[in-house]
Write a protein that binds this ligand. Structure first.
Ligand code: ZN
Length: 203
């Protein structure tokens, strides 16, 4: 399986990183080795001094497809959760400055913890799904799919023009504002609506 991540999908987050509002989705990928095994802490990597958290809604693809039309895209996922797109912001800034790819900043081991998945049918409307991140009990990020620039269906239609989607693939759909640095000993709790879908410690 593969992990596809959408960048800059919330206006307020694009602004906080001084990025322009995109006209098309921006995407990059993480390998399956980026998943954090269940019940493991996230070990702060020694190659970075500025690892940021980005809390994001995550879709699970349940059918293979390519060149998927936007109007049929909803048939390609039926579960979602919340995950963290850990980003070595110092390495990413260096890559951006040099015009290099971002992989070392985004695709490293355990950089994609994902919570338990819930059926999409538990939500009345896929364009009104709230989620949040607490660190050490404080609410750090709060988002809602209603604020996404590109909807789930638009993302799937766009990405599948270039990359075949397979059952089991995950799509991180972008982070709202409020990203910040993770610290050793932090306790992360991820919420989908009111339900906690994952918790872990940073070591
Ligand atoms: Zn992200």
């Amino acid at each position: 399986m593969k992990i596809i991540c959408i960048g800059r999908n919330y206006v307020a987050h694009a602004k906080e990183l001084n990025n322009p509002i995109p006209e098309k989705p921006v995407f990059f990928m993480k390998p399956d080795t980026a998943l954090l095994p269940p019940h493991n802490p996230f070990f702060y990597p020694d190659f970075s001094n500025d690892v940021h958290y980005e809390a994001e809604l995550v879709l699970k693809i349940n059918k293979n497809g390519r060149h998927i039309a936007e109007k049929f895209a909803h048939k390609y996922y039926n579960e979602l959760s919340v995950g963290i797109d850990f980003t070595a912001r110092d390495l990413q800034a260096d890559c951006k400055k040099k015009g290099l790819p971002w992989e070392i900043a985004k695709a490293f081991d355990f950089s994609a913890p994902v919570g338990n998945f819930k059926s999409i049918n538990t939500f009345e409307n896929t364009s009104n799904i709230p989620f949040g991140l607490k660190i050490n009990g404080d609410l750090r990020q709060q988002g809602n799919s209603s604020n996404m620039i590109f909807s789930f269906d638009r993302i799937i239609a766009y990405v599948s023009q270039f990359v075949t989607l397979r059952s089991g693939d995950l799509i991180f759909t972008g982070t709202p504002e409020g990203v910040g640095p993770a610290q050793r000993e932090d306790y992360f709790e991820l919420f989908l609506a009111d339900e906690k879908v994952l918790d872990f410690k940073v070591k």
